[in-house]
Structure formats: structure tokens, C-alpha cells
Design a protein around this ligand. Structure first.
Ligand SMILES: [Zn+2]
Length: 180
């Protein structure tokens, strides 16, 4: 987590993001910038489905895709749609600390028992389901994953600006991830 860059004032926003929707998101969420009115989305936010996070930003400002770990590998059609039809040119990819998609294997028993008890699955199906999907959704480490997913998306969408961020659940603030 020592690769996180706090944004506490305007001067903390790196020059490459100034005057972009990336800077606006940081200003709205971290710096209490007064809300403007938007008629169309300026930004695509990719963030985890985790319930502990809420972004402070105006209505209509951003498309949001939420998926475990902010993993957009299986949401690419929606990313493409937000760019092509929605007209956004910037993506904020926001991971968070204490993410449930880290070390999934440690929650295998809870996952299987939960599906049996709560959803009515049989044990064999529940175990197969876990074994099949856990490797696709495991992210390893929150910061490393956000950086690798940012690199992957930059190759896939070379004209789009993509900013890697982490949301800390203790202080509810956004941090830029250092790429050096
Ligand atoms: Zn998460």
C-alpha cells in the first residue's frame, strides 16, 4: 500500500490528469469540489462490487461498471459501449484494500457451505462452481492487479486515458497508484 499517492489538494493531481474527468473525479470525491450539472457521462468508472464504497460525484457524471476486484476482463463489451456509444475517453479503474477477490481459496469452504445452506445447491455442484471460477476472479494483490489491469486496458484501448486508483475503506478516500 506504500505505492498509493494521496490527493489532498489540487496540486497533488499529476499534470497528465489535469483538466480531465480523472481530475474532476478526484476533486469531487476527495476535495469537495461543488457539483456541476452534466447532460452526459464524462468518465467510465470501473470499481469493485464491494458494499463498503460510495463515490461522491454528481448525477450523470460517470458510467460505472462494478465487478469483483474491479476486474474488467469479463466486462469488455460494456467498456467498449461506454467508449463508442457513450463517448467517454477516460477510465478511472478503482481497486480497494481488503478486497474479497484476494486469496479466494481461503474462502472456499465458506463459499461452498454458503451455496448449499443459503441457495440450496448440492455439494458437488458448489465445489465445481468454485474450482471453475475462482482462478478467473482471483486478483492476487489489489495494487498489483489494478496496475496490470490498467496496462491491459491501455493496450486494448490505446486512445483512452486510464488512471489506476485505490479506494481505502478506512478513510473512504481515493488514492492514485504510483506507476514508477
Ligand atoms: Zn473488492
Amino acid at each position: 500500500m506504500n505505492r498509493l499517492f494521496p490527493i489532498s489538494e489540487l496540486a497533488d493531481i499529476p499534470s497528465e490528469y489535469r483538466n480531465t474527468p480523472i481530475a474532476l473525479l478526484l476533486e469531487y470525491h476527495n476535495l469537495s469540489r461543488p457539483f456541476q450539472t452534466y447532460a452526459q457521462a464524462q468518465l467510465l468508472v470501473g470499481m469493485c462490487m464491494d458494499n463498503r464504497k460510495h463515490l461522491h460525484m454528481p448525477d450523470n457524471f460517470a458510467f460505472i461498471i462494478r465487478s469483483g476486484g474491479a476486474n474488467l476482463r469479463y466486462s469488455e463489451f460494456k467498456v467498449s459501449y461506454a467508449i463508442s456509444v457513450g463517448g467517454v475517453r477516460h477510465i478511472a479503474l478503482i481497486g480497494h484494500n481488503h478486497c474479497g477477490m484476494v486469496n479466494l481459496i481461503a474462502r472456499k469452504d465458506a463459499f461452498v457451505e454458503g451455496l448449499i445452506e443459503t441457495a440450496g445447491w448440492d455439494r458437488e455442484r458448489a465445489e465445481e462452481h468454485f474450482v471453475h471460477f475462482a482462478p478467473m476472479f482471483e486478483i492476487g494483490n489489489e495494487v498489483d492487479f489494478i496496475l496490470s489491469e490498467t496496462k491491459r486496458l491501455r493496450l486494448r484501448y490505446p486512445k483512452i486515458t486510464i488512471a489506476p486508483m485505490i479506494y481505502k475503506v478506512e478513510d473512504n478516500r481515493l488514492y492514485l497508484v504510483s506507476e514508477k
